[in-house]
Design a protein around this ligand. Structure first.
Ligand SMILES: [Zn+2]
Length: 178
């Protein structure tokens, strides 16, 4: 199985070939349309850098793919050989999900990013992501992830990992409380 944290093209672009090879694809139900169309649609910027990057990222498209597993509520992935729980957490996109692995790691996609200069400087330093459709949803998602007491969070940009303690310390800067 390939588990997608959300439907943005920079997280899904290779999935068409993988899917054609017969590997099932799982994604949050509300991001299935993004994946099928192979395009980034809404990209509400979360600050200056997001506004600068948006025109370039909006143009990133790919062939698209049809997911086999649409996640609408928390889903254990044991049947697919993964000891983990996949949970819908709308915020970065409407269909964003996190994956909480039984070994204490959390895969959180673009709930946050890490490091300056695209992760080259202080790569494990947690920061607000450039884009979010709903910042209060991002905050709820981070609170949910931290409530599960993971050791490390794996992010889509930078890192690749940040410590849960560093995220707790900086949570108001990453996503202010609603
Ligand atoms: Zn994204």
């Amino acid at each position: 199985m390939v588990v997608l944290t959300h439907g943005h093209t920079d997280h899904t672009g290779a999935v068409n070939a993988v899917s054609r090879a017969g590997v099932p694809i799982a994604i949050g139900a509300d991001d299935a349309g993004l994946l099928e169309r192979g395009a980034n649609e809404q990209l509400p910027a979360n600050g200056f850098t997001g506004r600068v990057l948006r025109p370039y990222i909006s143009r990133m498209t790919f062939a698209g793919a049809s997911p086999q597993v649409l996640v609408r509520e928390p889903l254990r992935l044991d049947a697919y050989g993964i000891g983990a729980l996949m949970i819908p957490v709308p915020g970065h996109t409407a269909g964003s999900c996190v994956v909480l692995l039984d070994d204490g790691y959390a895969v959180v996609g673009d709930l946050l990013r890490a490091g300056f200069a695209f992760g080259r400087i202080r790569p494990h330093h947690p920061l607000r992501h450039y884009f979010a459709e709903d910042v209060s949803g991002v905050r709820s998602a981070l609170d949910l992830v931290l409530d599960h007491n993971p050791q490390q969070l794996y992010v889509g940009h930078g890192g690749p990992n940040v410590s849960a303690d560093d995220v707790r310390r900086r949570i108001d800067a990453i996503a202010p409380p609603g």
